[in-house]
Design a protein around this ligand. Structure first.
Ligand SMILES: NC(=O)c1ccc[n+]([C@@H]2O[C@H](COP(=O)([O-])OP(=O)(O)OC[C@H]3O[C@@H](n4cnc5c(N)ncnc54)[C@H](OP(=O)(O)O)[C@@H]3O)[C@@H](O)[C@H]2O)c1
Length: 283
C-alpha cells in the first residue's frame, strides 16, 4: 500500500480506499466542510458518515465543492436504529442520499444490530432491514452493503436469512481492543472489517508501551494505531478536525510494523475501549 487511495477489494469486486476519514462529532457546518477539504488535500478519498451524525449535508457539500470526480470518491452512510425495518430503511436511505446530494452511495451499513428481546424478534428485525439494503444494492443505488457492530452471533442468522451476504462489518478496533473473535468470523466469511475509533477516541495515545514502539518507527502513536489496523487487513477510519492531525493520520505508508511488534500490539490487555457493547446498548 502506497497511500490512502490504495484499495482493498470487497467480495463483489468493488474497490474501497484503504484509509477512510471519520466524521462522527463533526456537526453540520463550516467546521466539517473545512476538515473534509483538508482531508481531500491530504489524499483521503473515502468518507464515513451516518444519518445519526447529523452532518450528511455538509459532507455532501464539501465533496461536491471539491470538484473531484464522483468516481474517485467513496462515501459511506449508515442506517440509524430507529429506522430499522424494510419500509423505514428504504425511506431512511432516500433521506441520506438526498442530504448528501448524491445519486448513489458506495457503501450503506446497518449502524447497530437489533439484539434485544427474544431471538426470533431481533433476528427478524435485522433480516427485514437487510432485505431493504439488498433491494437498494440490486437496483444500483449503492455499490456495496454491510453492517456495523455485528458480532458473529448477529451475523450468522442474518446470513442464513439473506440472499446477499454483508460485504463489510464496521466495528470498534484499536490496540487494546483487537476484536479477534469477530474479525476471525469476518475473515472466514469474506467480510471486510472497518475499524472505528482506531485511536480509541484518543484514549490509547498516551500508553507507554505504544509510545515506545512508535518511537522505534519514528512515527506517532496515532500513526502506529492506524498502521496496525491496515496491516491487519482492516480499513481504519480516523477522525480529526485538526489540520495537522488529519495530515499526520494519512502519513502511514512509509513504514512497516514488524511481525513481532504487530503481535506485541495485538496481545496488549484490553484497554481504551468505548464500553459500547452491541448486546447491551439501548438503541
Ligand atoms: N459504526 C459505529 O458505530 C461508529 C462508532 C464510532 C465511530 N465511528 C466512525 O469511526 C470514526 C473514528 O472514530 P472516533 O471518531 O470515535 O475516534 P478516533 O478516530 O479513534 O479518535 C478521534 C479523536 O482523536 C483525536 N485525534 C485524531 N487524530 C489525532 C492525532 N493524530 N493525535 C492526537 N489526537 C488525535 C481527535 O481530536 P480532534 O478531532 O480534535 O483533532 C478526536 O478527539 C468516526 O468519526 C466515525 O466515522 C463509527
Amino acid at each position: 500500500m502506497n497511500g490512502p487511495h490504495d484499495t482493498f477489494v470487497l467480495r463483489n469486486g468493488y474497490e474501497i480506499p484503504c484509509l477512510g476519514f471519520g466524521t462522527w462529532k463533526m456537526p453540520e457546518g463550516q467546521e466539517a466542510i473545512d476538515a473534509i477539504n483538508v482531508a481531500l488535500d491530504a489524499g483521503y478519498r473515502h468518507f464515513d458518515t451516518a444519518a445519526a451524525y447529523g452532518n450528511e449535508e455538509s459532507v455532501g457539500k464539501a465533496l461536491k465543492q471539491s470538484g473531484i470526480d464522483r468516481r474517485e470518491l467513496f462515501v459511506t452512510s449508515k442506517l440509524w436504529a430507529s429506522d430499522r425495518g424494510y419500509e423505514s430503511a428504504l425511506a431512511a436511505f432516500d433521506a441520506s442520499l438526498k442530504k448528501l446530494g448524491l445519486e448513489y452511495l458506495d457503501l450503506y451499513l446497518i449502524h447497530w444490530p437489533a439484539a434485544k428481546g427474544p431471538d426470533e424478534e431481533w433476528q427478524k428485525e435485522n433480516a427485514d432491514t437487510w432485505r431493504a439494503l439488498e433491494k437498494l444494492y440490486s437496483e444500483g443505488y449503492v455499490r456495496a452493503i454491510g453492517v456495523s457492530n455485528f458480532k458473529a452471533h448477529h451475523l450468522e442468522p442474518l446470513m442464513k436469512a439473506s440472499e446477499i451476504d454483508p460485504m463489510v462489518n464496521q466495528i470498534e478496533m484499536h490496540p487494546g481492543f483487537p476484536q479477534q473473535e469477530t474479525r476471525k468470523f469476518c475473515d472466514l466469511s469474506g467480510i471486510l472489517v472497518e475499524a472505528w475509533s482506531p485511536l480509541g477516541q484518543g484514549r490509547v495515545l498516551d500508553d507507554d508501551r505504544l509510545v515506545q514502539i512508535a518511537v522505534s518507527y519514528d512515527c506517532t502513536v496515532a500513526q502506529l494505531c492506524i498502521r496496525w489496523c491496515l496491516q491487519n487487513g482492516a480499513v481504519p477510519l480516523p477522525k480529526s478536525i485538526t489540520p495537522e492531525r488529519i495530515r499526520e493520520n494519512a502519513d502511514v505508508f512509509r513504514f512497516d510494523i514488524s511481525a513481532d511488534d504487530m503481535r506485541k500490539i495485538s496481545e496488549l490487555e484490553q484497554f481504551g475501549m468505548s464500553g459500547l457493547d452491541p448486546d447491551e446498548v439501548d438503541f
